[in-house]
Ligand binder design. Structure first.
Ligand SMILES: NC(=O)c1ccc[n+]([C@@H]2O[C@H](COP(=O)([O-])OP(=O)(O)OC[C@H]3O[C@@H](n4cnc5c(N)ncnc54)[C@H](O)[C@@H]3O)[C@@H](O)[C@H]2O)c1
Ligand SMILES: [Zn+2]
Ligand SMILES: [Zn+2]
Length: 394
């Protein structure tokens, strides 16, 4: 439960229950802590004190409402972090991230996220699942088996990371730069590998995370060693094979074709990582990505940020180098990922042994460990890359 800035506590709350015929009740086996939870934890949203947390959830169905036909008690399921109704104009077109029914306030609902409806959090023992037939992704096996930590990443991080590669137009042979080696950035690198790219650079400064970049087979760039834009351009300039294949004029494309922001508005200033600079990554990507390239801005930006660096940032208003972006003809995609568009397909890769996203998981623990885990994950210390809580284990 969120108790105020950088404070969470484990408390007894009212038991979740079915409240409509299309609901199910889920007994939770795994609930992950997300970089998105940290925006609320850090007091950088208008999230209310006293609400429960957690939108990355899997478990076993305990009971179902009268109108649920596809899912039954005992089924092992993963929940997309977006809650969709399945039938509205947006869900019908595959945009389950912008459901028009599940959130009475606006387009888009989710388990306990700021601005995403009245739902409870899943870092808990049980949760009510609305529109259960539409929202549950069935997975095989039994609770806590060897694939549990792969499956839990199908709720948000793996589909979100894969989704980031779509607006960035990552494709066969692409050159890709990813900012952020948190769970989303690392799995965006894995997704880029799956798509068959030629070069991937991943930028961060946290040593344990940069080690994982190497494991995924990408090139690590530490922004503490100097401007990542220059480092990447330099690596390409000194790549003899790349240089020897250029034709006259090709030197006007010194960067990469695809850029992914997996950091968002809490980006650190590259010159002083104790300071925030919300536009650091967008500024870099507009500089680094070649003319006719594309950007996937999957890192979060908020319409309200009580801790924003100035009055405009507090309203989610930032300066973007629009002239340069326009001149280069860059395409830009933003927003929440529509998890359901990808989770079935990515599940297939896990089942076939062709993707192992769980290499990013650093810690599995009982829910009592959550206050300490939030603190360490927030500080990116002690190798805390991805934490999975087990709320029903003792
Ligand atoms: N769009 C979506 O649907 C969606 C879903 C999940 C997460 N997100 C967002 O994606 C972002 C990443 O999530 P995560 O779980 O990986 O979070 P995270 O906080 O663990 O990772 C962010 C990483 O960015 C690094 N970083 C900070 N400033 C940097 C800079 N200037 N250059 C390069 N790296 C920098 C940090 O060191 C950290 O490792 C968050 O903003 C999160 O809210 C979006
Ligand atoms: Zn998440
Ligand atoms: Zn809908």
């Amino acid at each position: 439960m969120y108790k105020g800035v950088r404070t969470v506590a484990v408390e007894d709350i009212e038991m979740a229950r079915i409240s409509g015929p299309t609901d199910a009740l889920l007994k939770i086996t795994s609930a992950a802590i997300c970089g998105s939870d940290l925006h609320m934890y850090d007091g950088r949203t208008n999230f209310e004190v006293g609400r429960s947390l957690g939108h990355e959830i899997m478990g076993v169905i305990e009971s179902i409402g009268d109108a649920v036909t596809q899912i039954k008690p005992g089924d092992r399921v993963v929940l997309p972090f977006n809650i969709g109704c399945g039938d509205c104009f947006n869900c019908g077109r595959g945009y389950s991230n912008a459901c028009l029914v599940a959130n009475p306030e606006t387009a888009g609902a989710g388990y306990v996220y700021t601005g995403m409806g009245p739902y409870q959090g899943g870092q808990a023992q049980y949760i009510r699942v609305p529109f259960a037939d539409y929202n549950c992704l069935k997975v095989p096996g039994t609770a806590y088996d060897e694939l549990e930590d792969n499956f839990i990443l199908l709720e948000d991080i793996f589909p979100t990371a894969y989704h980031a590669t779509e607006p960035a137009k990552v494709d066969l042979g692409s050159t890709v730069a990813i900012y952020g080696a948190g769970p989303v950035g690392l799995l965006a690198a894995m997704s880029s590998q799956i798509k068959g790219v030629s070069e991937i650079y991943v930028v961060d400064s946290v040593p344990a995370r940069l080690d994982k970049v190497k494991q995924i087979g990408a090139i690590l760039i530490n922004f503490k060693d100097g401007s990542p834009v220059e480092q990447i351009k330099d690596k390409r300039k000194h790549n003899k094979r790349v240089q020897e294949s250029l034709r006259p004029g090709d030197d006007k494309m010194p960067g990469v074709m695809c850029g992914i922001d997996a950091v968002g508005y809490q980006a650190h200033d590259e010159g002083n990582s104790d300071m925030d600079r919300p536009t650091q990554v967008t500024d870099d990507l507009v500089d680094l990505v070649n003319p006719t390239g594309a950007l996937g801005i999957i890192g979060a930006f908020m319409p309200q940020d009580p801790g924003g660096v100035d009055a405009e940032a507090k309203q989610g208003v930032y300066e973007i180098p629009w002239g340069k972006l326009w001149e280069k003809g860059l395409q830009v995609g933003t927003g929440q990922a529509p998890v359901k568009k990808y989770n079935v397909l990515l599940r297939g890769l896990i089942l076939a042994g062709k993707a192992n996203p769980d290499i990013i998981v650093s810690h599995d623990m009982l829910i009592e460990g959550a206050p300490d885990a939030y603190q360490k994950f927030d500080r990116r210390s002690d190798g805390y890359t991805k934490v999975i809580l087990k709320p029903n284990q003792e």
